[in-house]
Design a protein around this ligand. Sequence first.
Ligand code: CTP
Ligand SMILES: C[C@](O)(CO)[C@H](O)COP(=O)(O)O
Length: 221
Amino acid sequence: MKYYAIIVAGGSGNRMQTETPKQFLLLKNLPVLMHTIKAFAQSDTQPKILLVLNKDQQAYWARLCEEFNFHVPHQVIDGGTERFHSVKNAIHAIEEESYVAIHDAVRPLVSKSLIDNCFNEAELQGNVIAAVQSSDSVRLLRDDKTTALKRDEIYLVQTPQTFSISILKEAYNQEFDTHFTDDASVVESIGYEINIIEGERGNIKITYPIDLELAELLLKN
Ligand SMILES: Nc1ccn([C@@H]2O[C@H](COP(=O)(O)OP(=O)(O)OP(=O)(O)O)[C@@H](O)[C@H]2O)c(=O)n1
Ligand SMILES: C[C@](O)(CO)[C@H](O)COP(=O)(O)O
């Protein structure tokens, strides 16, 4: 079987509010994105790596690779307007029967074992996504009123999100919908049931400045 990792790094990081997009910021002296790519390169599965980057940032990335002597093999794919379009561009580049893990570039702390478990489970079940249960109480806002939800029924979804390429091609053939906040929501919308695997509390998404500080603390030397 063939394996691919689509690492989506085509965003502009508005919530982070830094001039340099967050995927290129330094985390323990190495750009965030390089930590993420290394995690996949060190996994037992050894997927082919497709890196999705905004066209305007590809020359900058090439310079960073030289500066940091970064030689992990990867293919660069053009980013799209939304995360959905970035993923879709990468899916088009895959032509063989395979399992594909889609992962946010800005989740650099993902472990090798989570990556391998996701590939193994997807091969058994067709798809699997990493998620953790909420440790906070949660409330639903509707019509200006909030109501408590059953916490045990709430999962916080992470990446990797791993699927057979045939499911992905079918799902990403549809039009973009604003409810598509991840790959599981795209696949689910065409009728597939989504399987969950236990994620990692340390597999945080760098979204706000405090997340980068947390990642510095969590990253092992
Ligand atoms: N058009 C886009 C938008 C997002 N992403 C990627 O999807 C991941 C998750 O998105 P998010 O954290 O929202 O990143 P940004 O869109 O960059 O951040 P913001 O929403 O704050 O602007 C990131 O690795 C981001 O680079 C992408 O590849 N293409
Ligand atoms: C894919 C994701 O990381 C799963 O939690 C999340 O939905 C991405 O959301 P964002 O708003 O694009 O950061």
